[in-house]
Ligand binder design. Structure first.
Ligand SMILES: Cc1cc2ncn([C@H]3O[C@H](COP(=O)(O)O)[C@@H](O)[C@H]3O)c2cc1C
Ligand SMILES: O=C(O)c1cccnc1
Length: 361
């Protein structure tokens, strides 16, 4: 008989199913109120295009109509390395996500340029980078649960205990942000091999083959694509026995950053702070989180289409329609941040277009 080591046991005081009851839908009456206010402006309904609906959504998640301006948007970037990167499935060297993370910290990363441009604060959270923790600031490494997550095609990414610790860290980050008055969370990720892991989770939860979810990630060639597809196929075999259990699924074929993002998304919904999703990693975690609490996706917005087929599949399952499609494949939260000016525009229209008193067109 096989025996479970204590680190494979989910702590007894951890109840992931409690989220299902803790998360409400954003208030539909407020959404309706926002829609009716919009009808009373001189601008015809159709003229605002998607910005009208976006303003209604924003009002509903903020709990007031018209929507308030977004004043304290914060980009939260979760970082981690993945053992599966050793299969050469990324253009980035395996185990070197810390290089990408350092660029986010020193302001030279693509996402730093956008964050600076849009006045968004950036917070980097190291969950499992493969570098000495002493190389990074204490506030960045304080949530780290291990050095690199396991290679999901051959071994578990994490123990059950590490998964719960990472999930709780993500919840704690969402709580800290909610407590400090962040009014919009913009999600990003920095990893090497992350799009492979995301592909596994999406294929597992959608019941599709590896080839359907395998994309070019950070820009891989045909040979690397075949290696990535094979790694996803192998990991899918490992995922199947634990499909019904989100914690065991994240432990078997996820990673510390994925577990943290899943906890972060769910707790943000509990705290009623809206989140803009970025690419395939955000989408994969959102899909896991939807399994935990089916109402949670109403609190999230899909910033863009990243071109990874797994992202499109996941967003479809989440009934989230991405705002932008410009072929941006940079990760780091760039696609989510690009949506920020549109959201701000929708809030400004909602708040500042005068009502005429009569219903418009
Ligand atoms: C210039 C550049 C910088 C990036 N920084 C993060 N990513 C993106 O690539 C990684 C995932 O891709 P893969 O699964 O292939 O390793 C993540 O770090 C994601 O944020 C980048 C992608 C590019 C092209
Ligand atoms: O979907 C993503 O997040 C993505 C896609 C390509 C490259 N990096 C990230």
């Amino acid at each position: 008989m096989s025996s479970l080591h204590p680190r494979d046991l989910i702590p007894q005081d951890f109840d992931i199913d409690a989220f299902a009851a803790l998360i409400d839908r954003p208030d539909p009456a407020i959404r309706q109120d926002a829609r009716e206010r919009r009808r009373r402006t001189a601008v015809p309904q159709a003229a605002l295009g998607r910005l009208g609906e976006l303003g209604d959504w924003l009002a509903s998640v903020q709990g007031q109509a018209p929507a308030r301006p977004i004043e304290r948007a914060r980009l939260v970037v979760f970082a981690g390395d993945h053992g599966v990167a050793a299969r050469e499935v990324s253009v980035h060297p395996a185990g070197r996500a810390s290089d990408l993370a350092r660029a986010v910290l020193d302001g030279s990363a693509p996402v730093s340029v956008l964050a600076h441009q849009y006045g968004a604060q950036v917070r980097l959270v190291d969950m499992a980078l493969d570098c000495d923790p002493g190389e990074l600031p204490e506030e960045v490494v304080r949530h780290r649960v291990r050095r690199g997550s396991g290679a999901v095609d051959a071994e578990d990414a994490l123990t059950a205990q590490e998964t719960v610790a990472a999930f709780r860290a993500g919840m704690a980050v969402a709580d800290e942000e909610a407590d400090s008055g962040t009014d919009l969370l913009v999600l990003g990720d920095v990893s090497v091999g992350g799009t492979t892991v995301a592909g596994v989770l999406v294929a597992a939860l959608c019941g599709t083959d590896a080839s359907v979810v395998t994309g070019r990630g950070s820009g891989i060639d045909d040979l690397a694509w075949m290696r990535k597809c094979a790694a996803i196929r192998d990991a899918l075999r490992r995922a199947r026995p634990v499909l019904g259990d989100p914690v065991r699924l994240l432990a078997a074929v996820g990673g510390a950053d994925f577990a943290a993002i899943t906890g972060f998304l769910l707790q943000a919904a509990v705290r009623k702070v809206p989140v803009v999703l970025d690419g395939v990693v955000s989408a994969a975690c959102a899909l896991v989180a939807q399994r935990v609490a089916f109402r949670a996706p109403d609190w999230w917005l899909a910033g863009h289409v990243s071109g990874e087929p797994a992202q499109a599949k996941a967003l479809d399952r989440l009934s989230l329609e991405p705002l932008l499609d410009h072929g941006v494949r940079l990760g780091e939260g760039t696609g989510a941040l690009l949506a920020l000016p549109l959201l701000k525009a929708s809030a400004a229209f909602a708040a500042e277009l005068p009502e005429t008193g009569e219903a418009g067109g």
